[in-house]
Write a protein that binds this ligand. Structure first.
Ligand SMILES: [Zn+2]
Length: 248
């Protein structure tokens, strides 16, 4: 029952994240005007903004101008719902779980804005970093030194790579990893950096093999960092133990 409620909460949060993804890069308010069609600007009635249901009932189209909506809308809603339940299954009803839900929401928002605009916005990262500090006040899991060293080391590694590759890594990625350090602490941040390069390398290779990208095309790195951070948060301790005790 709780998992169903959490899934529904995830759909609603996902619906709000869609508004964030649409509006924050355009510097628009998240509250006003209320939801409208991005194509014809017509305000949407309540029955048209229900997560998932409206998308399916209206067959992906705007009621007024029939513009085709992106699969991203229903995708973000379902993804948020599924990841919320996943966090709950792994962490149960704990403060750590509520922290994971906040982190998950930010990671989804950052990922989809980066995919669309190749940008990780300072405006979001400031809130992201601030909430890491505030949530650690409620349940002090990380020491202050752990958070700061994680932020400096994680951001530092990306800064060095950015310098070596002459801008192959964006400033947004550097700040994103530094902020993640405040959420994850040193150990899990290092794991995140390692996984991000592993996933980024594999992902880039698959995109090139599939013909979706060329060798010189820009591939946003934020989504790989976000996925790695999420895996580290939920499975990091097990992964580290597994790696340390792997038969040599
Ligand atoms: Zn429309």
């Amino acid at each position: 029952m709780l998992s169903l409620l959490l899934f529904l909460a995830g759909l609603i949060v996902g619906s709000f994240l869609n508004i964030c993804i649409d509006r924050i890069p355009l510097k628009q308010s998240l509250i006003r005007p209320r939801s409208y069609c991005m194509a014809c600007k017509e305000p949407l009635p309540v029955q048209d903004i229900l997560p998932v249901i409206s998308f399916l009932l209206l067959r992906r189209r705007c009621r007024f101008c029939a513009a085709l909506l992106s699969w991203r809308y229903i995708g973000v809603e379902l993804l948020t719902g599924c990841l919320f339940i996943w966090c709950y299954f792994i962490l149960g009803v704990t403060l750590a779980c509520s922290k994971a839900l906040i982190l998950t929401s930010f990671l989804i928002c950052i990922t989809f804005i980066d995919l669309r605009h190749q940008l990780i916005l300072d405006k979001i990262l400031v809130w992201f970093a601030a909430l890491a500090v505030i949530s650690n006040l409620f349940e002090p899991v990380l020491s202050c030194g752990d958070m700061v060293s994680a932020a400096v080391a994680g951001g530092g590694i990306f800064l060095v790579i950015a310098v070596i590759t002459r801008g192959g890594m964006g400033g947004g990625d550097i700040k994103f990893v530094a902020a993640l350090g405040l959420w994850l602490g040193f150990k899990l941040t290092m794991l995140t950096v390692f996984l991000a390069f592993l996933l980024g390398g594999l992902g880039g290779l698959l995109l090139i093999i599939a013909g979706l990208k060329k060798r010189k095309d820009f591939i946003p790195f934020g989504p790989f960092i976000a996925a790695s951070a999420w895996i580290s948060l939920l499975y990091g301790e097990q992964l580290i133990i597994w790696y340390l005790y792997i038969p040599q």
